[in-house]
Design a protein around this ligand. Structure first.
Ligand SMILES: Cc1cc2nc3c(=O)[nH]c(=O)nc-3n(C[C@H](O)[C@H](O)[C@H](O)COP(=O)(O)OP(=O)(O)OC[C@H]3O[C@@H](n4cnc5c(N)ncnc54)[C@H](O)[C@@H]3O)c2cc1C
Ligand SMILES: NC(=O)c1ccc[n+]([C@@H]2O[C@H](COP(=O)([O-])OP(=O)(O)OC[C@H]3O[C@@H](n4cnc5c(N)ncnc54)[C@H](O)[C@@H]3O)[C@@H](O)[C@H]2O)c1
Length: 500
């Protein structure tokens, strides 16, 4: 470390995403006379607004991207430092920023998020989507594209295959069914017709989290231009911005160069064998191209033997936690997924260093009905709980693991259907020790319940089922449902009244 310590803060939080901002809000309001600092790479922060607890574990909120001055105005004890943290020195309790300044901390919370785990870093035509910058790049490429290949079967791929128009989409998935990260083959079958149909122009009513940006106006067609929100504001930085979130594509023009509305072909059970530039492809041109003539900027060879030329590839293949600046020279434990391991008080292995959100991996013994997924809701919950744990440590108080970690719940939207996931919604970790009850009305709803030893342990609800609160209660109270059998999903029974 080169510089001299400029100042020591009682609390330092790194990262202006949902986890970091929530942690800052918690600490700044609980300790109004202590110095709190937020270090963040970008000029904007993410703020949770209109927060509403809709049931015991489900919550709704909007997310807004705002200038950090909004936070400083709200909390006079907060200083926002717009520089990335370059290194952490846990022995001397200080951090060094990219512009060479050094600051001390008493307690530190790392909320540096994650970045796309790209199939390759080498090819400029392989894109990831994470923050506003990466959407600009994606949008610019898409506007000239006739065909793209999307690889991955999780949240981003599901959103893109539904939203992108004016361009042919080849969707390569490892699994037998689409959307494997979020649901099973039955739900996938329910959703597939939506991919084939022309999208309804106006979104139907749907309760879910909403994501907004300060400008431009909501619902206006949105085209990002290079001078706004761009790296140009932060010359020379390569740090990732905060993750986009729910409804990020709303109002953004995701239009390719063609007039087709929606053309998606799914390649199941395959991975990417190799990616070629056009030059490499010419040199190695032993492969037969699928449905094709002409030349493309990039070629994707899949493990099913097919090779597609396309304008660009979207690597929607998960994330890697941003741990690099913090681990060097320190003794952190990293989990298999690359996250900083934290215990049930969000503490890392290093004294006075906590972590929350996408950068961390929850390594406490989980409740049998909860699992970590790198989601907006969990980033908020972890940031808030980390703040409370830091406060409890300072005040030498004890604190119990928050109730939100008791039951996994996620409310989102795919293919314009409301999707609610509860508990072990995909029977995760249950082996054969479970049974499934399914009710499906084509085009309307898909309801799946996971039962283990007669108790409900998980559910997938697609459509406006209005079953989420009742099922949440049944999962939480672990009532023996054996005697109800399949009646549990009988559409002629008002289940809410039944269990009242
Ligand atoms: C396209 C997309 C759609 C999504 N949709 C949903 C959804 O519908 N529902 C849902 O629940 N979740 C969704 N997610 C996931 C959700 O957005 C993330 O899980 C969540 O935002 C993570 O928040 P975070 O604060 O942990 O990290 P981030 O939002 O990644 O924030 C990290 C912050 O740390 C800063 N930073 C990084 N390194 C440094 C450093 N060295 N020094 C200083 N600052 C640093 C970054 O600039 C950033 O401000 C989506 C994600 C993406 C990418
Ligand atoms: N509505 C939502 O809840 C929502 C929407 C978008 C994104 N997100 C979140 O944003 C983050 C990023 O989204 P994402 O879709 O990239 O991640 P994800 O974790 O949701 O899905 C990653 C997918 O990529 C596949 N994969 C991984 N490596 C691969 C490889 N080498 N080849 C082929 N497939 C591979 C995985 O099997 C998985 O299907 C995630 O944390 C996700 O939960 C959530």
């Amino acid at each position: 470390m080169e510089g001299k310590k400029e100042k020591t803060f009682k609390f330092v939080i790194v990262g202006g995403g949902i986890a970091g901002v929530t942690c800052v809000e918690q600490l700044s309001s609980q300790f109004p006379s202590e110095d709190v600092a937020l270090f963040t790479a970008g000029p904007l922060i993410k703020a949770v607004t209109n927060y509403k607890q809709v049931s015991r574990t489900m919550e709704e909120f909007d997310v807004e991207e705002k200038p950090s001055s909004v936070l400083e105005e709200k909390f006079p004890n907060l200083t926002v430092i717009h520089s990335a943290v370059k290194s952490l020195h846990t022995h001397s309790h200080c951090v060094e920023t990219a512009d060479g300044r050094v600051f001390g901390y008493k307690k530190l919370c790392i909320c540096s998020g994650a970045r796309p785990k790209l199939l390759t870093q080498e090819n400029p035509n392989v894109l990831g989507i994470r923050d506003t910058d990466s959407v600009q790049v994606f949008q610019k490429h898409l506007s000239k594209a006739r065909r793209i290949v999307i690889v991955g079967n999780g949240g981003i791929a599901l959103e893109l295959v539904y939203e992108v128009k004016g361009c042919e989409v080849i969707w390569a998935v490892k699994d037998k069914a689409i959307g494997n990260t979020f649901f099973d083959a039955g739900a996938a079958q329910f959703l597939i017709p939506s991919l084939e149909a022309n999208k309804a122009e106006v979104a139907g009513p749907c309760k879910r989290l909403r994501y907004t940006m300060e400008e431009p106006a909501p619902d206006a067609a949105q085209t990002f231009t290079a001078d706004k929100y761009s790296r140009g504001q932060n010359p020379g930085t390569v740090e990732p911005g905060s993750a986009l979130g729910p409804d990020w594509h709303r109002g953004i023009e995701l239009q390719g160069a063609e007039q087709v509305s929606h053309r998606v072909s799914v390649e199941y059970q395959c991975e990417v064998e190799q990616i070629f530039t056009s030059e490499e492809f010419l040199l190695s041109s032993k492969q037969t191209l699928e449905a094709d003539t002409g030349s493309w900027p990039v070629y994707v060879q899949l493990t099913n033997g097919k090779t597609f030329g396309c304008d660009f590839v979207v690597s929607a293949t998960g994330v890697i936690p941003n741990t690099e600046p913090f681990v060097h020279g320190n003794n952190f434990l990293l989990a298999d997924d690359g996250g900083l391991q934290v215990d049930d008080h969000m503490r890392t292995l290093q004294p006075d260093v906590y972590a929350a959100g996408d950068v961390c991996t929850a390594c406490w013994e989980h409740s049998p009905l909860w699992q970590q997924m790198r989601l907006w809701t969990q980033a908020r919950q972890m940031g808030w709980y980390a703040g409370r744990c830091m406060a409890a440590d300072v005040l030498s108080e004890s604190i119990e693991l928050d109730f939100c970690f008791e039951l996994f719940s996620h409310v989102t939207k795919f293919f314009n259907y409301k999707v609610v996931l509860l508990g072990k919604f995909n029977a995760q970790g249950l082996g054969s020790d479970h049974e499934l009850l399914v009710r499906c009305t084509k085009g309307q709803e898909y309801v799946k319940v996971v039962l283990s030893r007669g108790r409900m342990v998980g559910a997938v609800l697609i459509g406006e089922t209005d079953l989420e609160e009742t099922f949440e209660n049944l999962i939480l109270n672990q009532m023996d449902l054996t005697s109800y059998g399949e009646e549990l999903l009988n559409p002629n029974i008002d289940i809410e009244d039944y269990f009242d």
